[in-house]
Design a protein around this ligand. Structure first.
Ligand code: F6R
Length: 243
């Protein structure tokens, strides 16, 4: 595992965008696994900026997102589909047919999960997976559990995740209780993983996830077993680790 120390959120975002941009320059038809939330907003902003300057071209890139709330339509501003269009897809030349997210409104959750796994497989797997990390160590919406989930599945969101994500909603009551999430196996099969973690409130998750035992109670800890993972964390997120 490579640990890349960033001064702050802006520095972290630039460093992450550099790695994604190098990936797309070296392999224009890369399959990018993408994340939502506060962590990657600066990274997407930087990529859009470089796209506008003509430095990067997404016309052949394909994307698969990690997760989506169950029960929210794409038109809902809190859906991850909406988030991705707002922060990234609408501002670059990714072809709409190359964009994939679980459908939060799917009628049959089981077939939606199977179908999503089949999409990832049909694309040949993920070349570079971008991840954030929850305060409880979740990746995607793989919450602390007694086992590591393999493929795409429906998750009951942990109370701590509902609490953490309520800032995006009018109240905690409005946060959906379930989500679709890519499984740990799919994430671990990505050829490269880039995880970005910012802020003091994530310091414990960094300590447990990257310097503690590997356990499904801290889902990010499984990344210690991946052969090509880069953690970009800012000073605040690394504050409990003596490096
Ligand atoms: C979102 C996702 C989640 C977030 C995590 C951190 O697609 O996969 O695992 O990365 O909840 O969220 P932020 O970045 O908002 O702190």
């Amino acid at each position: 595992m490579k640990i890349i120390r960033a001064k702050n959120y802006d520095d972290l975002s630039r460093k992450a965008a550099n790695i994604i941009s190098a990936q797309v320059i070296l392999k224009p038809d890369s399959v990018l696994g993408l994340a939502t939330g506060s962590s990657p907003i600066g990274t997407y902003r930087q990529l859009v900026d470089w796209y506008n300057k003509g430095d990067i071209d997404f016309s052949e890139a394909k994307t698969v997102n990690l997760d989506e709330y169950r029960g929210l339509p794409k038109t809902d501003p809190q859906s991850y589909d909406y988030f991705m269009r707002e922060h990234f897809f609408d501002h670059v030349n990714i072809r709409p047919e190359n964009i994939h997210l679980p459908d939060g409104m799917a009628e049959c959750p089981d077939s939606e999960c199977t179908q999503y796994d089949n999409i990832v497989k049909s694309l040949g797997g993920v070349d570079l997976q971008l991840l954030g990390c929850g305060r409880n160590g979740h990746i995607g919406f793989n919450e602390p559990s007694d086992f590591f989930a393999k493929g795409t599945h429906v998750v009951d969101l942990a109370e701590s995740t509902i609490e953490a994500n309520k800032r995006f909603f009018t109240s905690a009551d409005d946060v959906p209780r379930q989500a679709y999430s890519m499984g740990i196996q799919t994430i671990m099969l990505a050829r490269r993983i880039l995880i970005i973690i910012s802020g003091e409130d994530k310091a414990e998750a960094v300590k447990q996830g990257f310097f503690g035992p590997i356990t499904p109670q801290v889902p990010a800890s499984i990344l210690q077993l991946h052969p090509d993972v880069s953690l970009i964390a800012d000073e605040a997120a690394l504050s409990l680790c003596s490096l």
